[in-house]
Design a protein around this ligand. Structure first.
Ligand code: SF4
Length: 377
């Protein structure tokens, strides 16, 4: 019997932010006067994909800052989605929220719209760190939003944190993590601060205003984060992601890691199906211009060949605790990993970087630190 294709994921990119964070190099704009035009264009784009994808079981409103949209605007986007697509009844529907953008009653209204998962961009519970990163909220506001999310009836609550700031100690980071755990989140994403040259922090780093953390300290941050959260009952299921049991892992993000099809709408969003990947204009102007003139806002596409798909599967698989099922890998990609890379795999296993169990390989905590390098073998 033919295998049923897995349900796809739907991503909507909302490209507005009230202000730019000092470390951010994502495309977003602070002029919010274009939001009404953008919402109309996005609904138009949704309609143009009607019947192109069979069904979805995850929806993710990300950005940018989706919480800058009014409830009415979010409602009209959700209505366009329900009209155009088949959304499975148990779909995971996530929205990213910036602390202080929404009060409890508005969060409850988001819940009423069918949004059942909330991801809050807390980043730190230390006001000096928030100031350094150019965040526009305080630790107290983040705490209030977390309380409000619980009060509004959300049970699936995630938060994002950033570690490895210049002169941050592992001890101070642990206290941010401890504070996060007080709010009983079901999911935590913990990212190392990456300072890109084109950002305000990148320019300050170049001027010598501060020095970045060295590799050994970054490693300490990573290991301590993983140990502390596993002790607290979380599963370290991807390099930067932790869930209170796999049932709370982000179903949407897992689609990116296992080559499940996804449709990305909005400026700069990427889509993937089969061996094809395509993406939209990054600039909001180009995006609006295309849709307002009856065209899809696609600006590029590529067909991924068998070798590239295999490399990606390795790269992505070695970043997740689920790892790689070598039998499945052979069926999909025509390569027996044990046959061609057995000696390397056994060597990594001896070095404690991976575990081999039957036909399964999965990275250990130490392996996750060097996951990118492992995938290049
Ligand atoms: S809120 Fe997010 S997308 Fe917007 S500037 Fe800050 S980090 Fe970037």
């Amino acid at each position: 019997m033919a295998e049923m294709p897995p349900a796809a994921g739907l991503y909507l990119h909302i490209p507005f932010c009230r202000s730019k964070c000092a470390y951010c190099d994502f495309y977003s704009m602070t002029d919010t006067s274009l939001i009404p035009r953008f919402v109309t264009a996005l609904c138009n784009e949704i309609n143009q994909y009607e019947e192109e994808f069979l069904e979805f079981d995850t929806i993710y409103l990300g950005g940018g800052t989706p919480s800058l949209l009014s409830l009415e605007e979010i409602e009209s986007i959700m209505e366009a989605i329900w009209r155009a697509f088949t959304i499975l009844p148990d779909a995971e529907i996530t929205i990213e929220i910036n602390p202080a953008d929404r009060g409890r009653s508005e969060l409850a209204e988001l819940n009423d719209l069918g949004i059942n998962r909330i991801s809050i961009g807390v980043q730190s519970f230390d006001d000096r760190e928030l100031l350094f990163m150019g965040r526009r909220h305080t630790a107290e506001q983040a705490a209030q939003t977390l309380e409000d999310a619980h009060g509004a009836g959300f049970v699936n609550i995630g938060l994002d944190l950033i570690y490895g700031l210049p002169d941050q100690t592992v001890r101070r980071w642990q206290s941010s993590l401890g504070e996060a755990l007080r709010f009983d989140p079901s999911h935590l994403s913990c990212y190392e601060l990456e300072i890109k040259p084109c950002t305000p922090l990148g320019r300050r780093l170049k001027r010598g205003d501060f020095a970045s953390q060295n590799e050994d300290t970054q490693r300490d941050f990573f290991v301590r984060t993983s140990e502390l959260l596993e002790e607290a009952g979380f599963v370290h299921y991807e390099v930067s992601n932790f869930a209170r049991g796999m049932e709370r892992a982000s179903r949407h993000n897992q689609k990116y890691w296992d080559h499940t099809p996804y449709l990305g709408l909005g400026p700069s969003a990427h889509s993937f199906r089969g061996a094809r990947r395509w993406w939209n204009h990054e600039s909001l102007d180009d995006y609006l211009h295309a849709l307002e003139n009856g065209m899809l806002p696609k600006c590029g596409s590529e067909t991924i060949n068998r070798d590239e798909l295999r490399m990606e599967a390795l790269f992505l698989g070695l970043r997740t605790r689920k790892g790689i099922d070598m039998q499945q890998f052979k069926n999909r990609h025509g390569i027996d990993l044990m046959e061609i890379k057995g000696s390397e795999l056994r060597e990594w296993s001896r070095a404690g970087l991976i575990e081999i169990e039957g036909s399964h390989i999965r990275p250990t905590r130490s392996g996750m630190i060097v996951a990118d390098a492992l995938a290049l073998f």
